[in-house]
Every structure is written in C-alpha cells, then in structure tokens.
Ligand binder design. Structure first.
Ligand code: SF4
Length: 407
C-alpha cells in the first residue's frame, strides 16, 4: 500500500463538488483527480448519493474528492439526495461550485450565497471552456476573479490552474490547523501512553487514535513510552524522571489516575480527539447532564465507523453499564454506528466516539446538526472520565498548557 493510500480519511481534507444536474461535476472530478472516480453520463442526475474517493493531489498530498447529486434534482428522491448533499457540504474543507456556460440563474446566486455562509473556501468553476459561450456573465458578479475558473474537463484547459489554487488554499489551511498534541509536545519531553491489550484490541496492531498520537509525539521530537495498564508502576520506576505527560485509554482511566502521581499531567486519547476534532468545552458542559438523567431517559451512543462489536464492546457494553451504575437509573440506551443518525432530538444525551475516522470539518458538521435542534452532545472520553470522577484531573493538562501560552 502506498503512503498516500494508507493515510486515514480522517486526516484528508475533503474537496466537495456541488452544482446543478449535468453541470459537469463528475467529469471535472475525473479531470482533477486524473482517475475515473465518478460515473460520467450526459443524462442528468447520474450521481445520486455523494460519491467519495480518496486520492492524491500532487504535490499537496492525500485528499478525498466528493461528487454530489445535482442541487436541482427534482426526482422522486430529490429531497433526500439534496439533504445528503447538504451534509457533504457541511463536512467539506473546500467547495467547488460547478456550472455550465449560459445557465447561470438566480438559483445559482442563491446556492452560492448558501455555500458562502458555511465560511468555507468556495471556488466557482465553469466547465466546457472549449465550447464558445454566448457571453461572459456565467459567473456571479460578486466573485473575486481569483476564485473563478473556466475549465475544460475534456481538453484540460484551466485544470492545472484550478489544481494550483486548491493546493494553495489547502496548504494555507494546513499551516494554521491545530494538531492532536498541540501545545502539549516539545522536544525531549517524555510522554507515557497507556494502551490496554484486551479482547477489544485488534490483533497485531494498535488502533488509529493510538498510532496517530505516537506519530505526533515523534514528530514533536518527544520520547514515547507505551505500556499496558498493568506495567505502569514498573515503567515509572524505570524512568529516571517522571513523564511530562501520560495519555491513557479512557477505559482504564481510573486505574491510570490511581497509578500516576497527581503531580504528573494525565489525560486520555479520547479527550485529545475531542479537543482536536470536536469542541472540548461543549463536551465537558454536556457531560455534566449525565447527573440529571432519570429512569427511562433516552441516551444515544454514536460511533463514526461501523465495526464488528465485541462481547465487551465499549459502546454496547461498557459505557451503558457505567452509565447505569453511576446514575442508578434504568436508562433507554441506543447504539448506532456509521452515518450520524437523523432523529437525535429524541435523546436527552448523545455520546459521540472520538471520531478518528472523520475530519474535523465533518465532526463540526455533526455538532452543527446537534446544535440546530439543541441536542446535548458529549464524547466518550469526557463522559467516561466524568462517570469515574476524574474529569477535572484529565482536563488539567489543557488548562496548564493555556496558562503556559499566556505567560
Ligand atoms: S468508533 Fe470512533 S473513535 Fe473508535 S475507531 Fe471508530 S471512529 Fe475511531
């Protein structure tokens, strides 16, 4: 597997193509990516649900292209398709609004306005540059020229220019992007990671959040010590000085908090991810709602990926058990994996996984959906730490990091 193919989707910026039916989105996607990713047909409405494909935008690196159904799709399933397109837009890192010569209308102005409200970069791309247009007015007059492109997906006119702009915008965003260990890792620091190898651990490998954290620690020139929970005390004795930070799997956070001296900063992988991908302050505020759950309260546990559930599965077994033990209430708990469920307003609390397989933009799109219907949402690591009474402790590293930045 090549380096680019092995990059997880959650670390690839998503480039989403939007436009009316038959604007040439699929053909454009194939022209930019250099592959036949999307099905191309002169028949309007060939793309139904969003089609996403991991690819490489050279020399920027790994990306995901997402082709969407036409926004004017008025077929029987049009409304459902448009909803899926809206979700793809909400999770985008950059948007291409694709249009054909001589077709621009008030609808395009309205759609472009909606896309701009998302505060994401939007490039307007007119296809069929090899076919003479009757006038120059296809573009919205308010677009700055650097955000407008005329391309031909057939002859390649304008494609390189468009790709250069994509690379420039994505590179700029990458430079300002926070990282998982942002402000926590420095050269020559020692970071201990506690990784249980239990029935849930996949054979022969570590899970993505652990791998990603180790990689960031190495990128930051820190020393990484990885141990199972049983070896923590022994590992501490081997070190000539206490670690600068300990990161534990949430499932053994109570054990870790007992074994690690109070003077050593401690947090969890899941909390790192909730800060990196989600909204840590919001999750902390909502985790306290666990205390007000009553008999019959409905709780949704949602995972981004659907994987084979184990007999001691965190979502299906452990969190429900801890929640019921902590609250002493008979809770109605549902567990859903995969796409974000539609009817989350029926729940008094939504507990989301670390979201390692989706991007920050996609996680924020989920948070936006929850916010729009005032559904309280928190995250595994925050909820588990709250239940175990160690939430304040595992949040301390971030408070301290902020204090240090203020100095
Ligand atoms: S359930 Fe969530 S945190 Fe766990 S591996 Fe899947 S996406 Fe990552």
């Amino acid at each position: 597997m090549s380096t680019s193919q092995s990059t997880p989707r959650g670390l690839r910026p998503h480039i989403v193509l939007v436009g009316k039916c038959n604007a040439g989105k699929s053909l454009l996607l194939n022209a930019i990516s250099g592959h036949d990713i999307a099905i191309v047909s002169p028949t309007a409405g060939t793309t139904t649900d969003p089609v996403s494909r991991a690819s490489e935008l050279v020399p920027f690196g790994p990306v995901v292209y997402v082709d969407t159904a036409g926004i004017d799709d008025d077929g029987a399933l049009g409304a459902a398709r448009t909803k899926k397109t809206r979700r793809a837009v909400a999770g985008a890192d950059i948007l291409l609004y694709v249009t054909k010569p001589d077709t621009w209308s008030d609808d395009d102005d309205a759609e472009l306005g909606r896309l701009r409200e998302s505060k994401k970069p939007v490039l307007v791309v007119e296809t069929h540059a090899d076919v003479p247009a009757s006038d120059e007015s296809s573009f919205s007059v308010t677009d700055p020229p650097e955000n407008r492109f005329r391309v031909s997906s057939v002859s390649g006119i304008g494609i390189d220019e468009l790709k250069l702009t994509l690379i420039e915008k994505l590179s700029g965003a990458r430079e300002t992007q926070k990282t998982l260990l942002d402000d926590l890792v420095r050269p020559f620091r020692v970071i201990m990671m506690i990784v249980p190898i239990d029935l849930e651990a996949p054979a022969g490998r570590l899970i993505m959040p652990q791998v990603q954290t180790i990689r960031e620690a190495l990128d930051g020139d820190a020393m990484t010590v990885v141990v199972k929970e049983r070896e923590v005390s022994w590992a501490l004795e081997q070190l000539t000085r206490p670690p600068d930070l300990v990161i534990t799997d949430s499932q053994v956070v109570l054990k870790a908090a007992g074994a690690i001296p109070d003077s050593v900063p401690l947090t969890t992988f899941s909390i790192l991810f909730s800060r990196f991908k989600g909204d840590l302050d919001l999750f902390v505020k909502n985790a306290r709602m666990i205390d007000s759950l009553r008999h019959g309260s409905r709780v949704l546990i949602t995972e981004t990926c659907s994987h084979h559930a184990h007999c001691d599965d965190i979502a299906r077994v452990k969190i429900p058990r801890w929640l019921r033990q902590y609250t002493g209430k008979d809770l109605a708990i549902d567990v859903v994996g995969g796409p974000f469920p539609e009817q989350i307003d029926q729940y008094e609390l939504v507990i989301h996984c670390g979201a390692c397989t989706i991007t920050r933009s996609q996680m924020h799109a989920r948070l936006g959906e929850a916010r729009s219907i005032e559904a309280p949402i928190t995250n595994y690591g925050v909820a588990i730490s709250h239940i175990h009474g160690v939430l304040e402790r595992v949040l301390e590293p971030f408070v301290n990091a902020e204090r240090q930045l203020d100095l």
